[in-house]
Ligand binder design. Sequence first.
Ligand SMILES: Cc1ncc(COP(=O)(O)O)c(C=O)c1O
Length: 407
Amino acid sequence: MKIWHPFTQEKTANAPIKIVKGEGEYLFDERGKKYLDMISSWWTNLFGHSNGEIAEAIYQQARKLEHVIFAQFTHDPAEQLCQELYGFLPKDLEYFFFSDDGSTAVEVAIKMAYQYFYNRGFRKNTYINLAGGYHGDTLGAMGAAGNQSDYHSTFSEFFFETFSIDFPQSLQDEDIAIEKLQIFLKQSGENICALILEPLVQGAAGMKIYRAAFLDKIVKEVRKYEVIIIFDEVMTGFYRTGTMFAMDQCSERPDIICLSKGITGGFLPLALTVVNRKIYDAFLSEDWKKAFIHGHSYTANPLSCVAAIKTMEILKREEIQRNIKAIAQIHEVALKEMESIFHRRHLGTIAAFEVESPRKAKEVAQGMFQSGIIIRPIGKNIYLIPPYCTTAKNLEYVYKMFRAYLI
Ligand SMILES: Cc1ncc(COP(=O)(O)O)c(C=O)c1O
């Protein structure tokens, strides 16, 4: 018997480290060594590990109702969560569809966009994305990210038609990218089903940050045609970029938003695809086939929902909001002081920079690990996305160790 781990080359990877306990920003291995989790365990644990209040909410709910089929039935935790989230979202995003993780939130969005047109008698099967974006590992989510993804080219034979907007490195690049988009739209605008992108930060591309004004320009161009706009805020949501959603820093709004990861504070899987009335109404019919025939066994699991309700409550607290700002400030100052790094960037609680090669990034990560700090470079990009409970002292220690290993 052997466990096959995700995103792992099993032939060459070191044996996984057994973690036995988590507490705040710390993880503890079986030998009692403690580590600072500076990637919030794949960007999920907003308040660090084993938050007592979320654990208690789950426990209380588990004694009342642990799960119920979500077709034909509903429950208070799901309804309360949507009500709570609705308070944070633009008022026209008001129809909430549950699923289990970031990939399914995206899968749902791209299927809804396609069926939105299909139900009205149109066939549109081309998606626009921002080059290098990542939207998950299911077939549809991989397909939407397109051929330019570094992760999924093995499966490119299965992908649908996409057009990738160039990712800009400069203002001039932005103009060129928009011009190319305009040309494409002129030629193929009628076949475009949806635009999908990660607003402001492309996570799995290596925490690549771009300007809100560029996003707004893209959306304005695409909106000249009948195209559904999907914002994948699976990673950027819940104050990762300094605001509740990255889109809060932009002028343009989507028709569909995808949420997951931090939504339960890192306790349980849960996702939401939230849409506006235009989308919802296109599925209303006497014909069952026009319904959205999609669902997962654990859809809207009540334990996940109460974890998410508690997460929203904690997020609103002054102390957390203060910490989010403090983390952002430390990133800004510390990045400036670092030498031997390239392309330094930060937004909210996310900080990233490049080193000369992927090999150097690996060496730095190994050194940091010896010093009890968990990071996971992507190629030559090194990034931090710490939990919001991370103290200034700990974050400054992390930067001090970076300076030591970057020499
Ligand atoms: C922007 C974005 N979308 C979708 C996903 C997929 O989420 P999951 O891993 O929960 O399926 C990820 C995961 O990293 C992501 O960063």
